[in-house]
Ligand binder design. Structure first.
Ligand code: FES
Ligand code: FES
Length: 166
């Protein structure tokens, strides 16, 4: 039976009717018209649907929507502040990491959640953190280099609250 689901999306309260079998990815894309999380595999394998749920990176195709009741969900749309890109977004742009861009929103969210928890990672830790996000264009090196640059402060401090626990 469908239910009214209430949660916080990119800092704003939202209310939407969801079916018991619907995933968070379906609700975001099909009911809330938020298409930045991509549906690459729909099986938890590619990471293109990654969002931040209560501070943790999750694959939204593997989350039953009704389980996010009362929680905070952040997509790439909720990261920038005051018209400025988040440092991870800026770094990906300046390092020329995205090619087709399909994996990029998921990469941004995985990298952001990781840096929020581990602001001083090693190169290998960054590689491990992004290992669940597939890039069909093979841009891994640039993504990892960009995350390392953010960790070294090349793009300024990571804004507090970019993991948005509201
Ligand atoms: S679409 Fe969710 S992991 Fe691939
Ligand atoms: S940039 Fe094309 S899939 Fe990663």
């Amino acid at each position: 039976m469908s239910k009214v689901l209430k949660f916080v999306l990119n800092g704003m309260p939202v209310k939407v009717v969801a079916e018991p079998q619907e995933t968070l990815l379906q609700v975001l894309r099909e009911k809330l018209s938020l298409t930045s999380p991509k549906c690459g595999c729909n099986h938890g394998d590619c990471g293109s649907c990654t969002v931040i749920l209560n501070g943790k990176a999750v694959k939204s195709c593997m989350i039953i929507a009704l389980t996010v009741e009362g929680k905070s969900v952040v997509t790439v749309d909720g990261l920038g502040t005051d018209g400025k890109l988040h440092p991870v977004q800026q770094a990906f742009h300046e390092y020329g990491a995205p090619q087709c861009g399909y994996c990029t929103p998921g990469m941004v969210m995985a990298a952001t959640a990781f840096l929020n928890e581990n602001p001083n990672p090693s190169y290998d830790e960054v590689k491990d953190a992004l290992a669940g996000n597939l890039c069909r264009c093979g841009g891994y090196q640039k993504y990892v280099d960009a995350v390392m640059a953010v960790a070294k402060g090349e793009f300024g401090p990571i804004p507090k609250g970019s993991d948005v626990d509201v």
